[in-house]
Ligand binder design. Sequence first.
Ligand code: ADP
Ligand code: MG
Length: 220
Amino acid sequence: MSVFKIEDLCYSYDNGKKLVLDNINYEFEKGKTYAIMGKSGTGKTTLLSLMSGLDVPKSGKILYNDINISKINENKYRSNHVGVIFQSLNLLPHLTALENVELSMDISDIKIKNKKEHALKMLAKVGLDENIANRRVLRLSGGEQQRVAIARTLSYNPDVILADEPTGNLDAVNEKQVMDIFKKLAKNDNKCVIIVTHSDNISNEVDNVYDLENITKSIK
Ligand SMILES: Nc1ncnc2c1ncn2[C@@H]1O[C@H](COP(=O)(O)OP(=O)(O)O)[C@@H](O)[C@H]1O
Ligand SMILES: [Mg+2]
């Protein structure tokens, strides 16, 4: 069964004069990695904000486990079921990596006895040791910051991870490290990982590619 289904999705920023997303139909399963591709301006970030419940479709549906996400409490949906990693990462630069992860556990209603231990475990999962965990985010490299953002998302154990151009600012070595983390999360932890990207290195590594530029347009 698909964990996520997008049905006949349309979206425009100007009341339908120009459709940014025109009749999108995609399905996503757990345990798999996906790339959503397309040139700049094709609507990748728009699609991601709709999938994360930050905005609502003009028509069509987004289903999470067969439930329309518009029917799920918005905060609960975003702080428990779906982990979103925005391009800006939204980390707090003056807090340590560890504190950033702990903070997101406070916001979600996940029940964990030893928060610090759990946060360190999530950071270790993305290859960040205790030394890095205790460093302020502003003292970390771009690749390390990206991994902190992934660890923060993992802290509340969402089924789906959505990442907007997670390797856009990384060199090839860091890009591969981040992609390896995403692949492991799908294969070992059964997550559904959805990566918005225009990197061919990523699209070559995922299980499935959806190309926003080449969708079959329906006749209206
Ligand atoms: N808030 C907004 N208001 C109006 N137009 C927008 C807004 N955000 C994005 N757009 C337009 O929607 C289109 C898709 O944008 P976006 O989803 O950011 O594309 P991508 O992430 O693929 O580069 C672009 O033409 C962009 O200019
Ligand atoms: Mg974008």
